[in-house]
Structure formats: structure tokens, C-alpha cells
Design a protein around this ligand. Sequence first.
Ligand SMILES: Cc1cc2nc3c(=O)[nH]c(=O)nc-3n(C[C@H](O)[C@H](O)[C@H](O)COP(=O)(O)OP(=O)(O)OC[C@H]3O[C@@H](n4cnc5c(N)ncnc54)[C@H](O)[C@@H]3O)c2cc1C
Ligand code: FES
Length: 308
Amino acid sequence: MPELRALGRTARPASGSNLLDALLAMEVAVPWSCRAGNCQACLVCCEAGEPADEQPDALPASLREQGWRLACQCRVVDDLQVRPFDPAHDATPARVIALRWLAGEVLVLRLAPERPIRYRAGQHVQLWLAGVARPYSFASVAHTDPWLEFHIACRHGGAFARAARALRLGDAIGLGQVSGGALHYDPSWSGRPLWLLAAGTGLAPLWAVLREAVAAGHQGPIHVMHVAREPYWQPEWQTLQAQWPALSVECLEALPTGLRADRRTMALACGSPQRVEAFSRALFMAGVPRSQILVERFLTRETGSAAE
Ligand SMILES: Cc1cc2nc3c(=O)[nH]c(=O)nc-3n(C[C@H](O)[C@H](O)[C@H](O)COP(=O)(O)OP(=O)(O)OC[C@H]3O[C@@H](n4cnc5c(N)ncnc54)[C@H](O)[C@@H]3O)c2cc1C
Ligand code: FES
């Protein structure tokens, strides 16, 4: 059995054990969220030895070269020494510069990072708060917004949501790894219809993509469908539509049936796994080829149980 060492603790898990499970069994506090290689909450740095990595492409080469691995995607096959991502040393410090509570208990959070963060619309970052790390998508646009903005769904009352409710101006938050990129805007889509389908705070990355499309001078029509129990972004839609009348926005409780789309449509969908699955089916039935449907699923600890 291989020897696994972390933070001064040692264990001998069965060869082939999942690294995240083995570390949690040793009571080494490694945050995790999706267990699917998607959220990147479970980063650990290999100080000696090498685990078997089931999904090596999930991390950028630069991080892998520094020894970072996703514990949920690795198996312990040889002796190994790791250290979990430590927000005190590894995260970029940021301060809360604005907090806005909107309908449906959505918190719009603005942060000023201590150092510039490189990201693009459609990506997400781990937010570290009170020892809890969760992935949140950027709602801000890097080249126009001097802050980082996030839409945080708080009505489910999870660990991060509880900590977020206690936030005040000036409080500190750690920024972990920026990752993802399934959702993005490509200027080569300029003349095509662009559909953006969001469930709840799945709007955050699509709002960033939309603003990037508008800034790039997108020529085709853009249609947004925001499915939410309580729509929370009305004033922003009105402001953007006043500047850009080609934008049409529908705030809905459910996706309408019988949608029809131009076959050249590019469609981006984001929200809980169940909603994204339903959106993808509806888009395909509407005539959008699968290769033109890009999605981001907001996986939670209980993948598949999340709502909006
Ligand atoms: C790539 C990525 C990007 C994300 N971006 C965003 C974003 O921009 N905005 C955002 O609000 N969320 C986003 N999420 C989802 C967010 O990270 C999770 O909802 C997070 O787990 C909530 O953390 P928590 O600590 O509050 O709840 P947890 O303590 O992790 O969960 C506690 C309980 O609440 C349930 N729960 C938590 N969140 C939800 C939910 N949304 N719907 C239904 N049940 C829930 C869980 O299933 C669990 O039972 C993203 C997720 C991923 C993977
Ligand atoms: S990537 Fe490992 S828990 Fe999400």
C-alpha cells in the first residue's frame, strides 16, 4: 500500500484510492464541490511523488508543471506527499467594494483584487471565504470593468451562501484558480443569431459574454432567455437595450415550447445541470445543431440536485 503524506499526517490508503477521498479520510481539509474535474476546488500540490491523473487536461500546463493536481481526479498509486491549496499563501487577496441584494436572494458582489487577474467572459474562479471555496463565474468583463463582479445565489443556504450573507464592505475574499471557458464569444460569429439561455444566476457568465459580443460589434440579432423564479436583472436589460435595440430579452418562469431557430444560430446555455440539459434538448429540437450549443453546468456538491 502506498504511503500518503499531507500536512504532517501519514496514511496508507489502498493502491488506486481516490486522492480526495484518501485526504478527507486523513482529516486533511481539502475543499471540493463537483468531484468531476470541473470546479477546481480540490487543488493539491504534489511535493513528492506523482498520482495517476484521470483528467490531466483539466488543468493548464503551467499549473501542472508547478505540481498542482485535482485531487478528485487522481488516484494514489505510489508514495505521495501533497499540500492542499492554502488560501493564505496561494490565493490572490481581494476586498469587497460593493454588495447589492437583488430579487430571489441573489447577491451581486464586486471585488477589487490586490493584483490583476487574467480572465475572459465565460470563465470562473474559486472564491475563498471563511474556509469555504466554491466556483463562481465572472459577470464582469476584463477589459472594461475595473472590478470583478459575481452573481451569487444565496437562497439555498449552503456553506458559501451563509458566509456571503455576513459580508460587509472592505471584507477580504481569496481568489483561487481561474478556469473554464466552455462559454465564450467568438468574433467570427458576428453575423449569426446569438441565443443566450440562462437559469437563475447562470446569467452571470452570459451577461459577460453578451457585453463582449456587443463591444465586439456583433451584427446578428441577440436573444436572451432568462428563466428564473424571480428575475433580478431588469434595470440592466433596459439600460443595455436602450444602447443596443437589436437585443431582445425574455424573462420567463420556464422555457416556451415550440422554439424555432435559424440553423446558423449560436446558442450558449448556463445554469443547473437539469436546466442546462432541458435547454440543450429544446435548442436541438428548435433546429440548432449540437456543435453550435455551448453549455456550462453549475454543478454543486450534490450534482444533479441543484436548481437555479
Ligand atoms: C463552473 C461553475 C461556475 C459556477 N458559477 C456560479 C455563479 O456564477 N453563481 C452561482 O450562484 N453559482 C455558481 N456556481 C454554483 C455554485 O458554485 C454552487 O451553487 C455552490 O456549491 C453553492 O455553494 P454553497 O456553499 O452555498 O452550497 P453548498 O454548501 O455547496 O451546498 C449546500 C446544499 O445546498 C444545495 N445547493 C447549493 N447551491 C445550490 C443551487 N444553486 N441550487 C440548488 N441547490 C443548491 C446543495 O445541493 C446542497 O444540498 C457555479 C458552479 C460551477 C461548477
Ligand atoms: S474539480 Fe475536484 S471537486 Fe471539483
